[in-house]
Design a protein around this ligand. Structure first.
Ligand SMILES: *Cc1c(COP(=O)(O)O)cnc(C)c1O
Length: 490
């Protein structure tokens, strides 16, 4: 089966080319049009360990990769990089369970995909007989950039430029990025918010794709999404082992959502046969998705709020386009909705489609005060420490359960270590402020006894290696300039 653009069935390509291109040439996103036709052996996958599951899922969704090849890539991607024996441990917390996705090299769930993506890209380039060097462009709301640079650093034949909103990321995230090592990485701050950076990157793709060999590490790339399908399966297998469900029972998954990639991977897991019940879309005060699932109107004409969960401060959730395609199977409709979003900044779903979306998704949000309150409550009641993004999901999970008494067992996806967002955690714990964020991290560790991830220790002392800064309008020239340099070695 071929991949095709969400906007046109005429634009088709194989999985290897889809990974290399990132975005389809008409601006659409690549999808496999009929996932159920894959007849995926989901019960067989559940009996494997994480790497075995991943190999099954990768080779099913990316048919250019054999099972053996996928297994080798998965092992190369994950072995020795995680701080826990299980890559994505599931921890029961009260009557719910938390799926911890933050034990990778940068302590954010983006590692799950970005450890594997470079390996997929390199292998895809070989399959396509593509010898040209690739330039990866990525806009980040904080976590993608660091995880992508860590994944791609010093990978031969690849260079990566990361753009981040100057005042839209936490000091910890910024320190992580600006200290990034590697002779093939550039980090550049953008004056503006995440949407400015993301729109800028999309514009560069449409202007420069002919002259530069560009690809993307954002979750518009299908190679980013596929690795995320795996942990929905691993959580299900863990719930079976814990005796909280029996095979065939549904699980409800609650996902702290920004660009809609993580939760869409859950939808794909369900299409592969996994008994996925409701997918609960949790947002912060940038609740454009909550409104969308309630009314069918996606409307970005609203103020952009900076919240305590910055990786979810997003008004245009790119991967929603893939869901619209999966639910409707109608690329003409998807095209016209996306054109409306582009021209008028909103679109309205037809009622039948809204009904379909509501059958699968529940949506809710919580503000910063409730986020901090949730961290405090869960710590007091369960002695479990969570970050702000996870707390948004936990809060919305409780709203969901209260409104749906017949709910299935609930798994809350935890997307970052609490040490990545220390100021809010400190406030929740009622600790006095004794210094900057790096000091706060030490204080949290001392007070809670929850160990700080090794990759975040000593961040303050790490030398800064990147100093570039542009306006959104300057991004394109920046890329042209940097692409022309023969080496970025410092
Ligand atoms: C990126 C991110 C999210 C949002 O995930 P999407 O796939 O963009 O919906 C949530 N939490 C954290 C910590 C993230 O880094």
């Amino acid at each position: 089966m071929n991949y095709q653009s969400t906007r046109s069935p005429a634009i088709q390509t194989d999985s290897a080319h889809a990974i290399l291109q990132g975005l389809a040439p008409d601006g659409g996103l690549y999808v496999l049009p009929d996932l159920s036709a894959l007849h995926f052996d989901w019960q067989g996958a559940l009996q494997q360990d994480y790497t075995g599951m991943a190999a099954n899922i990768v080779s099913a969704l990316l048919p250019d990769f054999s099972q053996e090849e996928a297994l080798a890539l998965v092992k190369a991607a994950y072995t020795g990089k995680f701080s826990t024996p299980a890559l994505t441990p599931l921890t029961p917390v009260g009557e719910d369970a938390v799926l911890e996705l933050f034990h990778g090299p940068t302590s954010a769930f983006k590692d799950m995909a970005l450890c594997l993506l470079p390996h997929l890209m390199k292998a895809a380039a070989v399959k396509c007989g593509d010898q040209k060097d690739v330039l990866i462009l990525t806009a980040t709301s904080g976590d993608t950039g660091k995880a992508a640079m860590e994944g791609f650093r010093d990978v031969p034949g690849v260079r990566i430029i990361v753009f981040y909103p100057k005042s839209g990321v936490s000091p910890v995230q910024e320190a992580q990025m600006l200290s990034q090592q590697g002779d093939n990485v550039k980090v550049c701050a953008v004056e503006g918010n995440f949407d400015d950076a993301q729109t800028g990157v999309k514009r560069i793709f449409s202007h420069l794709s002919d002259q530069l060999h560009l690809s993307s590490a954002n979750s518009i790339n299908i190679g980013r999404l596929v690795p995320q399908v795996v942990y929905y399966f691993s959580a299900y297998a863990d719930m079976l082992r814990l005796g909280r469900i029996v095979l065939g029972d549904k699980l409800d998954y609650v996902v702290p959502t920004g660009n809609f990639g993580d939760i869409l991977a859950g939808y794909i897991a369900g299409e592969l046969g996994l008994p996925v019940g409701k997918l609960v879309c949790a947002s912060n005060v940038n609740n454009v998705l909550t409104d969308f699932f309630h009314t069918g109107c996606y409307d970005r004409r609203r103020p952009f709020h900076k919240s305590l969960s910055p990786s979810m401060d997003i008004l245009v959730s790119s991967n929603l386009e893939r869901l619209l395609y999966f639910l409707s199977g109608d690329s003409a409709l998807v095209s016209s909705l996306m054109a409306n979003l582009d021209r008028q900044s909103y679109y309205q779903l037809p009622p039948a489609l809204l009904e379909k979306a509501q059958a699968k998704f529940f949506a809710g949000y919580c503000d910063d005060a409730a986020t901090v309150e949730t961290i405090a409550q869960v710590w007091q009641q369960h002695h479990y420490l969570m970050d702000t993004h996870t707390a948004v999901a936990w809060n919305v999970a409780q709203q969901y359960k209260a409104q749906n008494p017949g709910h299935a067992p609930v798994v809350v996806l935890s997307t970052a270590s609490p040490y990545k967002f220390p100021a809010a955690v400190m406030e929740a714990l009622g600790l006095p402020s004794t210094g900057d964020q790096f000091q706060t991290m030490e204080d949290i560790q001392r007070s809670t006894g929850v160990p700080m991830p090794a990759n975040l220790q000593g961040l303050r002392q790490r030398p800064r290696r990147h100093f570039d800064y542009v306006t959104p309008e300057g991004m394109e020239n920046y890329v042209i300039e940097k692409a022309a340099e023969t080496t970025w070695k410092k």
